[in-house]
Design a protein around this ligand. Structure first.
Ligand code: APR
Length: 321
């Protein structure tokens, strides 16, 4: 069986970590593309030279030429600039829209049958733009956000409750911005509702709610928290892990149910926008959107988040993209 080909567009912080994850997890051969000469070549050579230590036989190639991504099975895009302290993801719009347009044209020409995962911010808008420029069927265009936001939320829950994070299930819906919607009702530790565990821990419903609300707020601002500490860029280990997990579900047809930014065609009352919801990822990309029944409060928060995505897409159109 031929090995899968994974093209990573953007050889910066996230791209470099992903190259290492794909190789060490033996998911396929990796092509790392960047416009900066030497950067992707240097990173892939460095990772390749650890192959004896990490025991992998995957090939890695760094390149500045789109020809090298020919016929890739999966393309993952991080090209663009990251946030600096004080910036919102939306502040990246103008610069990253130009970059995304050129990347989308390169992918359209050289990997027209690939499944694309987009990480560049502002996420939901960059996904929209990529799909518009490539004309790819919407099941082959997916944004990475929810897997990371949910992992952050799960980490905070595990730390708070003193349980293994492996037993925590928590999901974040909506756009990848400050109005994202961590779902409290569905958060559980191996089936036990988190809110119940908090109430037991504190013996007080109001205090449990206060602690839960603080975790929700931290989740919404978790990207900014990392930016504030790093000062020179944004999170890269965790986004790389999140996208690699999504790609694995596609490459191995695992059909995992993961929250991702996917095209909605009436689901959740939204038509024509990419928004974060649970979806089944398999060999055909987005194979199914899973609808949850939201209560009034959750629906209102979701609608608010969708409004932010619509606003960002409108800004994109105003800029002429
Ligand atoms: N084509 C390909 N690569 C490009 C292009 C382009 N037109 N323009 C810029 N790049 C490359 C840069 O040279 C850089 O190496 O994209 C890379 C981005 O890497 P970093 O600056 O290290 O950013 P990173 O932390 O990887 O984040 C990338 O993901 O999470 C989002 O907000 C984040 O939008 C940002 C993106």
């Amino acid at each position: 069986m031929a090995r899968k080909k994974i093209a990573l567009i953007g050889g910066g912080q996230i791209g470099g970590v992903m190259a290492q994850l794909f190789a060490t997890r033996q998911l396929g051969d990796v092509v790392l593309f960047d416009i900066v000469e030497g950067l992707p070549q240097g990173k892939t050579l460095d990772i390749h030279e650890a192959s004896r230590i990490d025991r992998f036989d995957m090939n890695l190639k760094g390149t500045n030429d789109y020809k090298d991504i020919d016929n890739a099975d999966i393309v993952i895009i991080t090209a663009g600039i990251p946030r600096k302290p004080g910036m919102s993801r939306e502040d990246l719009l103008t610069t990253n829209a130009k970059i995304m347009t050129s990347v989308a044209n390169g992918v359209k020409e050289h990997a027209p049958n690939s499944i694309a995962i987009i990480i560049s911010n502002p996420l939901d808008t960059m996904v929209t733009l990529f799909q518009k420029v490539t004309g790819f069927p919407t099941n082959r265009v997916i944004g990475q956000a929810g897997v990371l936001d949910s992992s952050r939320f799960s980490s905070f829950i595990a730390w708070e409750l003193g349980v293994s994070v492996q037993d925590v299930n928590a999901m974040v819906l909506g756009g990848h911005g400050d109005s994202m919607v961590p779902l409290l009702r569905y958060a559980n530790v191996n089936g036990v509702p988190v809110i119940e565990m908090l109430e037991r821990k504190y013996g007080d419903v109001a205090k449990a709610k206060e602690v839960m609300d603080a975790m929700v707020e931290r989740t919404k601002k978790a990207g900014g928290e990392v930016v504030g500490l790093l000062k020179t860029g944004s999170a890269f280990y965790s986004p790389a892990s999140a996208a690699t997990t999504m790609a694995k579900s596609i490459l191995l047809d695992e059909k995992r149910l993961l929250p991702c930014s996917v095209y909605l065609n009436g689901e959740y009352g939204v038509k024509g926008y990419f928004v974060g919801v649970p979806a089944v990822l398999g060999e055909n990309g987005v194979e199914r959107v899973v609808e949850l029944t939201l209560n009034d409060e959750e629906q209102a928060a979701f609608d608010n988040s969708v409004a932010a995505v619509k606003n960002s897409v409108a800004n994109l159109e105003k800029l002429g993209f």
